[in-house]
Design a protein around this ligand. Structure first.
Ligand SMILES: [Zn+2]
Ligand SMILES: [Zn+2]
Length: 101
């Protein structure tokens, strides 16, 4: 067999191999996004000491005749973050000794 046809065959094999690899590559899972609490807000929107959520929700408001009159921002009713937490967040001590004195 000629060396050239060997090279061509090898190149075709490599192309097929790479093509198969690419087509089998899984799409990025959406779970890689920021962890969310059950209320739909992220951990950073929850108070680290009280665990309550301080994000605000936009609510439609209506006048006495039932007509839409605008928006009102109301605090989220969440009282505790229930979503996944990074492990570092749990074990990092909150109270650090004063520095600079
Ligand atoms: Zn919330
Ligand atoms: Zn929450």
């Amino acid at each position: 067999m000629e060396p050239v046809s060997l090279l061509v065959g090898a190149a075709l094999l490599a192309a097929g191999f790479l093509g198969g690899r690419i087509s089998r590559r899984k799409p990025t899972p959406p779970a890689a996004a920021a962890p969310l609490c059950g209320c739909g807000h992220t951990l950073s929107q929850h108070d680290t000491e009280t665990n309550t959520c301080y994000a605000e929700l936009r609510r439609d408001t209506y006048d006495k005749r039932g007509r839409w009159s605008g928006h009102q921002w109301v605090p989220c009713t969440c009282r505790q973050y229930v979503g996944p937490r990074p492990i570092d967040e749990v074990f990092v001590p909150r109270l650090l000794p004063p520095t600079g004195d």
